[in-house]
Design a protein around this ligand. Structure first.
Ligand code: FAD
Length: 391
């Protein structure tokens, strides 16, 4: 059976759900296809750092109520190096702007609840298998012979490993890929946060980052070798190494607790350009990936989704294609700036030359960069502009 809709949205992550809510509210018919079930996406723990600009974006559309009510304001970041703490308060440079800590899955849950309550069409357990006819009226074929969806536009919001990007002919899409020569072990623990802000610890053995998630849950990242696996990191080694890398020469308590999830995060940057081919638009991780340093990935995904929504609203309500036509160029300019910032921050936080004889030298250069950051108000202001996100 072939169904029809105006906008077919593949993926109910942050990008797909924000796009769906905004289109539906503007009266534009859309269908969201999600390969996982509702329970899964509402509990998939990933990012939590919401930058200032995205808080404002959600507030503008009346979608920030839960975030503002239950999220935690983050107005500082701490660096550690050689046993010393370097707390950085956003004020007075940030002029009242801050991060919020609100787990990504909570926001996805909010958007799903709103979309369904407003009568939206969202189909869980419905993987898209292929997208064809991209230069005309695209067709989404569902897996397991479950039918087809004919659309005017398809938004590929299906993340790093979805089907949308691979639907574009190779000759029409350029991928800019960068692989760092180390990885991060991500650790989610039932442990109260040991700090009220993100800690980025520079250490000759590798970085350690601590991020609070909720009052009872903390996340840690440990820089590690690309070949290392969970088997190399039994729980006692994880806690010992976190203790070593976060250590400071003053009283401080590391709260530990049961480790509930671990994963190896490949440190990869990717940009695919253009973010549009015919009637297919790529949105969020389907088009670009940044490593988690600086917490930009889901913020970029939400900003893409808003821009595309506004472009499609113009197109479908007044026949004005100009904003949707400018989507790819506009977003790519933003994404490259974010890539530049994250690349810089990766070198600030992670020990370059990890595991090689060059590491000792490079670690001292890294420490000098941190000293410059915390000593120079001008350098710090430029950092905060990108980190907190108000440029
Ligand atoms: C450990 C970790 C920590 C992170 N921390 C941060 C952070 O602090 N701040 C930040 O901004 N970012 C962070 N990120 C990045 C962030 O999670 C992603 O950038 C964000 O999820 C991108 O959103 P998206 O909607 O583009 O894609 P996704 O969230 O990946 O959503 C894609 C959706 O598409 C669905 N899908 C895939 N294929 C199909 C198909 N064929 N058919 C139908 N549905 C499909 C998937 O099931 C999924 O629901 C982190 C990521 C990780 C892994």
């Amino acid at each position: 059976m072939t169904e029809q809709t105006r906008v077919g949205i593949v993926g109910a992550g942050p990008a797909g759900m924000l796009l769906a809510v905004l289109l539906r509210r503007a009266g534009i018919e859309c269908v969201v296809l999600e390969r996982r079930d509702r329970e899964y996406i509402a509990n998939r723990a990933r990012g939590a750092t919401v930058e200032h600009r995205v808080v404002e974006l959600l507030r503008r559309h009346g979608l920030a109520d839960n975030l503002l009510r239950t999220g935690a304001v983050e107005d500082a970041v701490e660096f550690r190096s050689a046993g010393r703490r370097h707390p950085v308060r956003y004020e007075p440079l940030a002029d009242g702007r801050s991060h919020y800590i609100y787990p990504q899955q909570f926001l996805v849950r909010d958007l799903v609840d709103i979309y369904l309550a407003e009568g939206g069409d969202l189909r869980f357990d419905t993987p898209a298998e292929a997208i064809t006819d991209l230069t005309g009226r695209p067709l989404i074929r569902l897996a397991d012979g479950r039918g087809e969806l004919r659309c005017e536009v398809v938004a590929g919001c299906d993340g790093e490993y979805g089907v949308a990007r691979s639907a574009v002919p190779g000759s029409a899409l350029r991928s800019y890929d960068y692989q760092y020569d180390y990885a991060w072990l991500s650790v989610l623990a039932e442990a109260p946060p040991s700090s009220d802000c993100v800690i980025n610890a520079l250490h000759e053995s590798g970085a350690c980052v601590h991020v609070r998630r909720t009052p009872t849950v903390s996340r840690f990242y440990l820089q590690c070798g690309r070949q290392e696996t969970r088997a190399d990191w039994p729980d006692d080694r994880i806690w010992k190494e976190i203790g070593i890398r976060l250590a400071v020469d003053e009283p401080w308590t590391l709260h530990t607790g049961p480790i509930t999830a671990t994963g190896t995060v490949r440190m990869r940057s990717l940009v695919c350009a253009p973010m549009r081919y015919g009637s297919l638009f790529l949105v969020g991780d389907a088009a670009h990936i940044v490593p988690p340093v600086g917490g930009k990935g889901f913020n970029l995904a939400l900003a893409d989704a808003e821009e595309l929504a506004l472009g499609l609203i113009d197109r479908f309500t007044s026949g004005d294609h100009s904003r949707a036509d400018a989507y790819s160029d506009l977003r790519l300019a933003r994404i490259w700036r974010a890539q530049e910032f994250v690349h810089w921050m990766m070198d600030l936080v992670n020990t370059p030359g990890y595991g090689t004889p060059a590491a000792a030298f490079l670690h001292r250069v890294q420490a000098a960069r941190l000293a410059r950051l915390v000593d120079s108000p001008a350098y710090l202001a430029a950092f905060l502009e990108d980190y907190v996100g108000w440029w």
